[in-house]
Design a protein around this ligand. Structure first.
Ligand code: UFG
Length: 327
């Protein structure tokens, strides 16, 4: 049995990882300030510590509490659009908290650090898919803040030997297939849950952020990847870290436009998604699709739910069952 710290373990992706770790029989401590996470998203088998990464006393206390086999860092502001309205907040908070956590991890000899990073570190692509070798040019202040933490991890490895994995998620989506966990952001800004809400009449309509992009139907293309497949990738990279630090892009390699996602939601629920066209949203690259060959080859990652319709079905099932999210 291994022992892990999960910052942001009450959030969307973090909570799914916590459940996966517990199912493996690992011991898990969740550190979360509950600003965007939910206490009830933390599975009962985990120990929960309410605390903020910006509080050095709280951070020191949680890390000093025993030996660790690794640390997963999710806790962060994570909205592309918001980061373009408040760039300095994103840069200082996300990067500052990340640096403090890396320093604490080094101090406490945590052997492995897995970072929840993002596809938004890539501005856009000249190639159909983005591999790890693609040019890094963050499209938003959010992407930049994650890139800053990636860079800090490089130095923590070079100087202190802290092994790290930077996992660049494309668009996390879906929910636990058994319905135990799901996606609940407040306010919700993500495409799939909003489209579900629009189809169910919980919001009047969805706004499509721009239909004049240079894409086949004019709307942005994203690579939606199941949240449980992301959780699985976190576990698979742990063994890789015995050899070297790594960076991996995580997606299904299939691009879907905003309009295609709305069609998938409509088909899943058997209802139309009322939508109107609005202006573009700052910080949105036209197309982000992953090439995940490297993590498949090196860590044996094999997504179980690569089909968009299945991803949408899981998201819809959770939202139908939990109209008020985590309550
Ligand atoms: N979109 C709309 N209308 C909406 C919401 C979204 O048209 O009401 C569009 C966006 O413009 C974008 C696509 O749907 O083209 C997906 O948008 P999301 O807000 O669901 O997700 P993002 O692509 O903005 O960002 C997500 C995560 C980030 C992560 C990124 C990686 O929230 O943390 O995926 O691609 F960095």
């Amino acid at each position: 049995m291994a022992r892990f710290l999960v910052t942001g373990g009450a959030g969307y992706v973090g909570s799914h990882l916590v459940l996966t770790l517990l199912e493996r029989g690992d011991e898990v401590v969740v550190f979360d300030n509950l600003r965007t996470g939910h206490r009830s998203a933390v599975s009962p088998g985990a120990r929960f510590v309410k605390g903020d990464l910006a509080d050095p006393v709280a951070l020191e206390a949680v890390l000093a509490d025993g030996r660790w086999d690794g640390l997963f860092h999710f806790a962060a502001l994570s909205l592309v659009g918001e980061s373009m309205r408040e760039p300095m907040r994103y840069l200082s908070e996300n990067a500052g908290n990340g640096f403090a956590l890396i320093q604490a991890a080094v101090r406490h000899e945590v052997p492995r650090f897995v970072l929840s990073s993002t596809a938004n570190i890539f501005g856009s692509a000249d190639t159909p898919t983005l591999a790890e070798t693609a040019v890094i040019e963050p499209a938003s202040a959010y992407g930049e803040s994650k890139r800053m933490i990636e860079r800090a991890l490089l130095w923590a490895d070079r100087v202190h030997g802290l092994r790290s994995a930077c996992l660049r998620y494309f668009n996390a989506a879906g929910a636990d297939p058994r319905g135990r966990l799901g996606e609940d952001h407040r306010p919700e800004t993500h495409l799939i849950p909003l489209a579900i809400d629009a189809a169910l009449g919980r919001i009047p309509e969805l706004t499509i952020f721009g239909d004049d992009y240079d894409t086949p139907d004019g709307t942005c293309i994203r690579d939606y990847v199941h949240v449980c497949d992301l959780a699985d990738a976190h576990i698979r990279v742990l063994d890789r870290l015995d050899h070297a630090s790594v960076s991996y892009n995580l997606g299904n390699g299939a691009g879907h436009s905003v309009r295609q996602v709305l069609e998938s939601v409509a088909a899943s629920l058997g209802r139309d998604v009322p939508a109107r066209i609005g202006p573009r949203r700052a910080g949105d690259p036209p197309r982000l699709v992953a090439c995940s060959d490297l993590i498949k080859a090196e860590a044996g990652w094999a997504p179980r739910f690569a089909d968009l319709r299945e991803i949408v079905d899981h998201a819809a099932a959770w939202r139908l069952e939990h109209p008020y999210g985590y309550g």
